[in-house]
Design a protein around this ligand. Structure first.
Ligand SMILES: Cc1ncc(COP(=O)(O)O)c(C=O)c1O
Length: 487
């Protein structure tokens, strides 16, 4: 048999595939049951020695062993003690969709390169638009992550609002532009603004309230200052919710300001737009229906594997402004709207994954309530954890959680050997303690949590989106942190 026949042999694939699914199913059972380390910590240089670049010229086999190595040395997101970054413990069903998408490799730029995927993408994006309260004029696309999504939406905003054709004339073809942005915006917003050539002040910061939400009452002054500095504000970017603390900006008030000043409102809902699905928490998004664009990550609270992001527009035609460019070998010369089925006119990607399949399958097979319940449970659990933190005299809660993100720090008083109490540690010592705790706990493999700097200092940060994380596991985390602080 020649090597190509071997590599594409369908029976070999079947046999290998069964072994892979067996290995993944075992992994899932162990991860869910918490019998693996959350993070099998190894220093980067040592890890590199496990995966050397000494590739053989001839087929060498060994995939099963390689898969075992990958599973043993990867972070376990299904572990109930994974409470770190905002990345989902993905649905096994969605993983199977991704496997299918990888084999079919329908590239999606044009309808002919992904007929089923295009139909599913249009269905999923219009369903998401409906969840935001938008009508039939709304529409959107799926793209590779919230960062790409924010750039896409801001490009559309720029084209709609600049007053000149920036796509053709370039960033210097008119007055310097800016967006009014929360200081708590995800870094991808500032990055997008700078990619667009607006410079650092292109993200003009609006002051925050004590809960780290953008102050709508401070927007007129921010607008005036930006104008006085020679900028033309064209958009506002609001968080729903913020990355660090899960704070929801007051969208209704922000939207009223945007309406008054004729500004584009972009809501970065990468993490928290999903609250639209949960009746108990929908109120956090009050006003989102007035947004012009919303980014919504399904690889966060919708339990999809990365990457799966929706960029949604209240008026779907704006999607064509983001990349106002024609590639005639791909698209015919008709009006772009006449080519709604060719998604590549509206995305950063040309070739892209069949992102919609997993999301469509999840909604179609598991039903929509499944996703709503996951949001409710995650947000509820954050409130329960916050109560435990508040009840513990040696822990401090940074903010009452609005979403499923809880920031807190350990604040033990130090008792000396002679019994004297030295009082609260200095701010520097407190910061150092949190760094020490996070490093110790993560490298020990029992929990995985992260940290964030807030105005009061450095805080430990947990995002509760793993469906197997329990209240008891969070109470135990506090005890693990206490023990770590003493050793
Ligand atoms: C509010 C917000 N926006 C954007 C992003 C970036 O999303 P992604 O990681 O999908 O690029 C994040 C995520 O981590 C986020 O929390």
């Amino acid at each position: 048999v020649n090597t190509t026949d071997q590599a594409f042999d369908s029976e070999a694939f079947r046999a290998q595939g069964y072994r892979v699914v067996d290995a993944l199913a075992d992994y899932l059972a162990q991860a869910r049951g918490g019998s693996l380390p959350v993070l099998p910590w190894t220093a980067p240089a040592e890890q590199a020695t496990r995966f050397p670049a000494d590739f053989p010229a001839e087929p060498a086999g060994g995939f099963d062993a390689l898969l075992r190595e990958v599973l043993a040395h990867s972070t376990s997101l299904h572990h109930p003690h994974f409470v770190g970054h905002q990345v989902s413990a993905p649905l096994p069903l969605a993983a199977l969709c991704d496997l299918t998408a990888a084999l079919l490799n329908n590239g999606m730029a044009v309808y002919e390169m992904g007929p089923a995927a295009t139909a599913m993408e249009n269905a999923v994006t219009s369903w998401l638009c409906g969840q935001l309260g938008w009508g039939t004029a709304a529409g959107g696309i799926l793209t590779s992550g919230g960062s790409a999504g924010n750039l896409t939406a801001l490009l559309a905003a720029r084209q709609a609002q600049a007053g000149f054709d920036v796509w053709t004339a370039g960033a210097q073809g008119g007055p310097p532009l800016c967006a009014l942005v929360s200081g708590e915006a995800h870094y991808s917003i500032k990055r997008a603004v700078q990619i667009m050539g607006w410079g650092k002040d292109g993200a003009w910061l609006v002051p925050l309230d004590a809960r780290l939400r953008m102050r709508a009452d401070a927007m007129p002054e921010a607008f005036a200052r930006a104008e006085a500095a020679g900028r033309k504000p064209v958009a506002v970017v609001a968080n729903a919710c913020s990355t660090a603390t899960g704070s929801y900006d007051p969208l209704a008030e922000v939207a009223a300001f945007c309406r008054e000043r004729k500004l584009w409102l972009h809501v970065d809902g990468a993490h928290g737009a999903v609250a639209a699905l949960a009746p108990k928490y929908r109120h956090l998004l009050k006003g989102i229906e007035a947004a012009d664009s919303v980014v919504w990550d399904a690889h966060k609270l919708m339990q999809m594997p990365a990457l799966a992001t929706a960029v949604l527009y209240k008026d779907g035609r704006h999607a064509y402004g983001a990349f106002a460019q024609h590639a005639s070998y791909l698209f015919t010369e008709q009006q772009p709207e006449a080519e709604a089925h060719n998604l590549g006119t509206r995305t950063l990607e040309c070739t892209k994954r069949m992102i919609a399949f997993k999301l469509y399958a999840g909604l179609a097979v598991l039903g929509t309530r499944f996703f709503a319940d996951h949001v409710t449970r995650s947000f509820d659990l954050a409130r329960v954890f916050a109560e435990h933190i508040k009840a513990a005299p040696d822990f401090e809660l940074a903010l009452e959680p609005e979403a499923n993100i809880v920031c807190f720090r350990h604040t033990p008083r130090v008792t000396l050997a002679d019994g004297r109490d030295t009082g609260a540690p200095s701010p520097e010592a407190l910061d150092q303690l949190q760094v020490k705790l996070r490093t110790k706990v993560n490298e020990g493999g029992r929990y995985y949590l992260v940290q964030t700097r807030l105005p009061q200092g450095l805080f430990l940060r947990t995002t509760l989106m793993n469906p197997f994380t329990t209240e008891a596991a969070l109470v135990a985390l506090l005890e693990v942190l206490r023990v770590a602080s003493r050793t």
